[in-house]
Design a protein around this ligand. Sequence first.
Ligand SMILES: [Zn+2]
Length: 145
Amino acid sequence: MADIFDKIIAGEIPAYKVYEDDDVLAFLDISQVTPGHTLLVPKKHVADIFDYDDQTAREVLLKLPILARAIKASNPAITGINIQSNNGPSAGQTVIHSHWHLIPRYDDDNLNAQLAPTIDHSADFTPARYQEIANQIAKEMEAGK
Ligand SMILES: [Zn+2]
């Protein structure tokens, strides 16, 4: 059964995409724990970290530092980044399609990183604001290729 990320990958559900190639898709997490919060997912359905073949792991994990640099470069106020992947319901995984959270950190964000995946700031973001953030990161991904 197709999960929400399969539907985003298939274009059946819209997303604020920041990067796409044959193997991976990166898009803004709608919750925006902090501005620029991005998800990186394999296009191939991989349930969790235990389910990766070597080739898919190479394709996805190679993109993590590249995407992290693009996110940091997209906003001078970003001074750090948390990268987190929850694997299995006991670890807090809610969408059973492997995904990597890249959560930008700001010097004054007062964020408890351990609570980050449960925070939802989507009410503070307009479609125009999401698109602006996505465009800034996408531009840096293009520049960093
Ligand atoms: Zn899936």
